[in-house]
Design a protein around this ligand. Structure first.
Ligand SMILES: *[C@@H]1O[C@H](CO)[C@@H](O)[C@H](O)[C@H]1NC(C)=O
Ligand SMILES: *[C@@H]1O[C@H](CO)[C@@H](O)[C@H](O)[C@H]1NC(C)=O
Ligand SMILES: *[C@@H]1O[C@H](CO)[C@@H](O)[C@H](O)[C@H]1NC(C)=O
Length: 408
């Protein structure tokens, strides 16, 4: 019974406690899903030499078109978000933000209308400090104006960065922008970089205050197009499971950064790992990739409804690293309907798949119960596991196996 109580305790620990309230704007009741420019298109402003890939209204429109035509919208990807480098170098004479006139000749309102006409939502980026990370005008001293401008333009999602600012001002500053966004009366998802800058410089951060202020928040470095970056993020999340999981839930999410399936750096196995682990961690599924040029295998993983339904589970409990066995990380996420997801992650590079032959007690499940383990990508293969029948799993190098587990 002790193991059973251990898991019961974990379940209690791993949702937000009642006193930790989420931002009350009615949004992000499950992790937001969408597409963002940054990881794939960065600050490419060179439309003369690279017209198809520069940050411009043309790029945003074609991505909105492709989200619809290629089936992404119908599985839940809804926000189309421009990151940094959309701005003109100066504000207008009334202090309002302007987009770069060459790259966004029709203006942002027009672009937001276009995105809305596709049945999608529109997101934009600004920075809490003097300048954005790319050196464009920041929101310092202009937060109220900028919140109003975004509302006037029809923005549905604001990513608010923290370059060129004083870390000590973060709590008051992010709260102020949240206040001004709320005051516009327009519902906008509020994405904050607040914990990230604090945590990576070794400072403490009040995640309860962050959850009250923001719908999602970055805790760690930007994702890059590589396996080492993806595993570094997963390991950081694993190391800090207990710090983070208790602040995730409907209305507010820890954000391990963009989903990079379809780019250059990950193999098929590694792409399975990212999408499975982002589902396990109740992470926002914000892709950054070139939707015009996707491998069919990447697209199938991004549109896998079984994986998306784990990510979007209505309980909104974030998964945690349960333990490591034989070099395999075992992660657990509590799901609705008395189920859980279990991930077995092999981050090692030694050629052969690794095996585990494990008991219910090894998984901190009750040894007196019977469980169905169903492979979660296809939801076609089920194993019945009891006290007398161990669970065997083989995990490829840089690979993952994911199961939905139901107590019978
Ligand atoms: C503003 O905040 C109030 C109080 O928390 C909330 O009820 C309301 O829905 C919010 N409005 C918007 C537009 O976010
Ligand atoms: C996770 O913790 C291990 C053991 O303390 C440490 O070696 C590793 O660097 C940590 N990784 C990250 C990304 O925090
Ligand atoms: C996690 O919590 C522990 C204990 O409160 C603290 O020492 C540690 O710095 C926290 N880690 C992060 C990344 O905030």
């Amino acid at each position: 019974m002790e193991t059973f109580w251990t898991i019961g305790l974990f379940m209690v620990l791993h949702g937000p406690p009642d006193e930790v309230k989420a931002l009350d704007n009615g949004l992000a009741l499950t992790p937001p899903m969408g597409w963002l420019t940054w990881e794939r298109f960065r600050c490419n402003t060179d439309c003369e030499n690279d017209p198809n890939n520069c940050i411009s209204e043309r790029l945003i429109k074609v991505m909105a078109d492709t989200l619809v035509s290629d089936g992404y919208r119908s599985v839940g990807y809804e926000y189309v978000i421009i990151d940094d480098c959309w701005l003109a170098s100066e504000r207008d004479q009334d202090g309002r933000l302007l987009p770069d006139p060459k790259r966004f000749p029709s203006g942002i309102k027009h672009l937001a209308d276009y995105v809305h006409s596709k049945g999608l939502k529109f997101g934009i980026y600004e920075d809490f400090g003097k300048k954005t990370c790319g050196g464009y005008p920041g929101s310092e001293f202009y937060m109220q104006t900028d919140a109003k401008t975004f509302a006037d333009w029809g923005v549905d999602y604001v990513k608010f960065d923290g370059c060129y600012s004083n870390l000590n001002d973060f709590p008051a500053g992010y709260e102020a922008m949240g206040f001004f966004l709320n005051n516009t009366g327009r519902q906008m998802v509020y994405s904050c970089e607040w914990p990230f800058y604090k945590i990576v410089t070794g400072l403490s951060v009040d995640l309860a205050a962050v959850r009250k202020t923001c719908n999602l928040w970055r805790n760690y470095y930007d994702v890059q197009d590589s396996w080492s970056s993806v595993t570094d993020i997963i390991n950081f999340w694993g190391n800090n499971s207990l710090n983070f999981t208790k602040y995730a839930g409907p209305g507010g999410w820890n954000d391990p950064d963009m989903v990079i399936l379809g780019n250059f750096g990950l193999s098929h196995e590694e792409e399975r790992v990212q999408i499975a682990m982002w589902a396990l961690m109740a992470s926002p599924l914000i892709m950054s990739n070139d939707l015009r040029h996707m491998r069919s295998s990447s697209k199938a993983l991004l549109q896998n409804r079984n994986i998306i339904s784990i990510n979007q589970d209505i309980l909104g409990v974030q998964g945690f690293l349960l333990r490591k066995l034989n070099g395999i990380q075992i992660w657990n996420r509590r799901l609705s309907n008395n189920r859980m997801a279990l991930a077995f992650l092999n981050e090692n590079s030694d050629g052969m798949p690794r095996w585990l032959d494990i008991s219910l007690a090894d998984l901190k499940l009750s040894p007196t119960m019977t469980y169905n383990f169903t492979e979660a990508f296809e939801m076609k293969t089920t194993f019945v596991i009891t006290k007398n029948k161990q669970f065997k799993v083989s995990v490829n190098p840089h690979g993952v196996q994911l199961y939905v587990v139901k107590q019978l």
